[in-house]
Design a protein around this ligand. Structure first.
Ligand code: PXL
Length: 273
């Protein structure tokens, strides 16, 4: 059985980060270990959440795993609470990269052209170092623009996406997939580029229901797909189809996240196709 480590916050309410990664990666047949980097009463899309960073736990947990000689097939990293916390995750990522883990980074730090509430501009530079240690990057358009220094565009053309994705590869990853992009014809999709295998993209009917946590859901399903031996492109298509099914099953847009629970059995079916 494949072993995945998911490094991100535990938001007690609001279906994102670990509360999405654990069920999805498990349902796809991999064991999911967790490194909770902060506890929040809710994600930061709710007003004034209680935030307790757990930064001081990261190095001792890493040290214990080193003594146990723990290895993971993949290490995924998502939302981190502040720049200091981002920096504290780096030694663990570099260590596991050397041990042969696939490092997948979803540099979750903003949307709709802005940083998430509570994050400071220094977060972007720190996140660039995480991206330099990763094999695969999964940013949305906002995050890709922040990481590459390109302007954010809400209605970009293919040429802009291509430039964004190529700029991301310059950080050193093997592949970058810009997710959750709304095309001018109303479809939603992703644009990916692989250093050796070239570019790929995918479009889906867009359901106009602004749901929180779709990026986290995509990253989790993508990781689960990679652990079944699929390529980046195949895993991204699988993840995009799963996210769409989950959004379709969500009765209304609320900050409580995507109603993915009823779709977990369908995930198994998607894996059989
Ligand atoms: O879905 C990304 C995310 C994860 N974790 C926390 C967040 C957000 C986005 O707002 O606030 C705590």
């Amino acid at each position: 059985m494949k072993q995945v480590l998911s490094i991100q916050d535990l938001s007690c309410l609001g279906r994102c980060s670990l509360t999405v990664a654990l069920p999805v990666i498990s349902a796809m047949g991999s064991a999911c270990a967790v490194l909770p980097t902060a506890v929040l009463s809710t994600h930061t899309g709710f007003p004034s959440p209680h935030v307790q960073p757990l930064t001081e736990n990261i190095a001792p947990i890493h040290a214990h795993w080193q003594r146990l000689d723990v290895r993971f097939d993949a290490v995924t990293v998502g939302y981190l609470a502040n720049a200091e916390q981002v920096r504290s995750v780096l030694p663990l990522l570099r260590d596991h990269r050397e041990k042969g883990s696939l490092i997948i980074a979803d540099p979750a730090m903003g949307d709709h052209g802005r940083l998430y509430s509570g994050l400071l501009p220094e977060h972007v530079d720190a996140m660039k170092d995480i991206c330099r240690s990763a094999h695969i990057l999964l940013p949305n358009v906002t995050e890709a623009a922040l990481l590459t220094g390109m302007p954010y565009r809400s209605d970009p053309e293919d040429s802009y996406l291509k430039e964004l994705a190529q700029g991301l590869l310059e950080l050193g990853a093997d592949a970058a997939i810009v997710t959750g992009f709304l095309f001018p014809n109303g479809e939603i999709g992703f644009y990916g580029i692989h250093r050796q295998r070239g570019s790929f993209s995918f479009r889906n009917e867009h359901i106009d229901r602004r749901c929180h946590g779709t990026g986290d859901l995509f990253a989790a399903a993508f990781t689960g797909g990679m652990m079944t031996g699929r390529t980046e492109q195949e895993s991204a298509v699988l993840a995009a189809r799963f996210v769409r099914q989950c959004v379709a099953a969500t009765p209304e847009a609320t900050p409580y996240g995507v109603a993915f629970e009823s779709q977990l059995p369908c995930l198994w079916q998607l894996l059989q196709e």
